[in-house]
Design a protein around this ligand. Structure first.
Ligand code: TRP
Length: 342
C-alpha cells in the first residue's frame, strides 16, 4: 500500500478522504493522536467525509439507550476536535442507507476465506465468544462499502485497520475486474510510529491503549479532568532505569516519549536533551501537562456543543444529506452493473 498524501493542485479535483470511528462513548488519547487529530489536519487539502459508524457498533451487543447517547457524544467530540461541518461532511452512518445497501452487494464479492483471515474478527470472536454473529464476520465488507461508496482516494486509519483496508482494495479490484472501473482503489494514510500511530496502555505498555481496559488508569479519555490526567501519567508504568531515553525494553518510556513527541513535534533526541539530568517523575508530569494543554480547548468546545443539541442535529442531518447525495452516483452504477432493474 503506498502512502500518498500529496495534496492536489487547485485546478484538479481535490482528493477525497473517508474515515470512520465507532461510537464508543469514550475516545482515548490513543484515538485522538492516532486518528482524529489527523482528520482535522486533512481538511485543509482534501474533501473529507467523516462518519460515526454505528452500524459497525452493533456487531457487538449494545444497550440501545447507551448507543444513542454515545453516538451523539461521539459526533460532538469529532466536531470539538476540529472537524468543521462546513468544510467536511460529518455524518452518522445509519442515516445514509446506501452504506448497508452497498455492503450487501460487496458481501457477495467477498470470500469466506478472506473474512476468516481477519485478525480483528479472530480477536473479537475470542472476546465475545457467545455472540459471533454474521455482522461481526462481515464487518470488513461494510467498512469497504463505507470507503468505496464515495470514490475515496485516501483513508486515514490506525495500523490495526490496515488489514481491513487491504481487503477493501482487493474487493474494489475484484469488482472492477468483473465490471470495469466502478470503484476507486483507495490508499491508506497510516501514521508512522514516531507520529504516535500506536499509543500504548499506561499500565501495560506492551498493549495498545484501549478504553475497554478494565483498569481505567491504563487509558486517558479525551474528556478526563486535568488532575486525573496528571495522576494517570504519574502512575504510568515505566522501568527501573532513571534517564529519559528511547530504547529496547523501555516500552513505558518509549510510549511516553511517543506521546510527548506527537504533541510537541519534538524529536526523540530533543526530548532526551530536554530531560537530561531529570528523573522519570519530572518527565511524566511534563507529558501529563502537555496532554492537558492539548485537550483543554477540545473539552471546552465539547461541553458547549453538548448544550446545543439543535445545532448538532442540524449538522448531522445536513451531513447525511450531502453524503447520501454523493453516494448515489456509485450506488446507481453498482446496481446497474450487477443487473438490478432501475
Ligand atoms: N473499523 C474502523 C475502526 O474500528 C472504523 C471504520 C469503519 C472505518 N468504517 C471505516 C475506518 C471506513 C476508516 C474507513 O477503527
Amino acid at each position: 500500500m503506498s502512502e500518498n498524501t500529496t495534496p492536489t493542485t487547485q485546478t484538479e479535483r481535490k482528493k477525497r478522504v473517508f474515515s470512520g470511528i465507532q461510537p464508543t462513548g469514550v475516545f482515548t488519547l490513543g484515538n485522538y493522536i492516532g486518528a482524529i487529530r489527523n482528520w482535522d489536519k486533512l481538511q485543509a487539502d482534501y474533501d473529507c467525509l467523516y462518519s460515526i459508524v454505528n452500524l459497525h457498533a452493533i456487531t457487538v451487543r449494545q444497550d440501545p439507550q447507551a448507543l444513542k447517547k454515545n453516538t451523539l457524544s461521539s459526533y460532538a467530540l469529532i466536531l470539538a476536535c476540529g472537524i468543521d461541518p462546513q468544510k467536511s461532511i460529518a455524518f452518522i452512518q445509519s442515516h445514509v442507507p446506501t452504506h448497508s445497501q452497498l455492503a450487501w452487494v460487496l458481501n457477495c464479492y467477498t470470500q469466506f476465506g478472506e473474512l476468516s483471515r481477519m485478525t480483528q474478527f479472530k480477536d473479537k470472536s475470542a472476546k465475545y465468544a457467545d455472540n459471533i454473529n454474521a455482522g461481526l464476520f462481515t464487518y470488513p465488507s461494510l467498512m469497504a462499502a463505507d470507503i468505496l461508496l464515495y470514490g475515496t482516494d485516501l483513508v486515514p486509519v490506525g495500523a490495526d485497520q490496515k488489514q481491513h483496508l487491504e481487503l477493501a482494495r482487493d474487493i474494489a479490484n475484484r469488482f472492477n475486474g468483473i465490471y470495469g472501473n466502478v470503484f476507486t482503489v483507495p490508499d491508506g494514510i497510516i501514521p508512522k510510529s514516531n507520529e504516535g500511530a500506536r499509543v500504548m496502555s499506561l499500565q501495560d505498555p506492551t498493549k495498545k491503549m484501549s478504553k475497554s481496559d478494565t483498569n481505567t488508569k491504563s487509558f486517558v479519555s479525551i474528556l478526563d479532568e486535568p488532575n486525573t490526567i496528571i495522576k494517570k501519567f504519574k502512575g504510568a508504568v515505566t522501568d527501573s532505569e532513571a534517564s529519559v531515553h528511547y530504547g529496547e525494553g523501555k516500552d513505558g518510556i518509549n510510549n511516553l516519549m511517543g506521546i510527548y513527541s506527537a504533541l510537541t513535534s519534538k524529536t526523540f533526541d530533543e526530548i532526551e536533551d530536554e530531560f537530561r539530568g531529570k528523573g522519570y517523575g519530572d518527565f511524566k508530569v511534563a507529558v501529563g501537562e502537555v496532554v492537558c494543554e492539548e485537550l483543554k480547548p477540545i473539552q471546552d468546545r465539547y461541553k458547549e456543543l453538548m448544550t446545543d443539541k439543535a445545532y448538532l442535529e442540524k449538522c448531522y442531518r445536513e451531513g447525511a444529506e450531502k453524503a447520501e447525495a454523493i453516494s448515489h452516483r456509485i450506488m446507481n452504477k453498482v446496481n446497474k452493473k450487477v443487473g438490478f432493474i432501475d
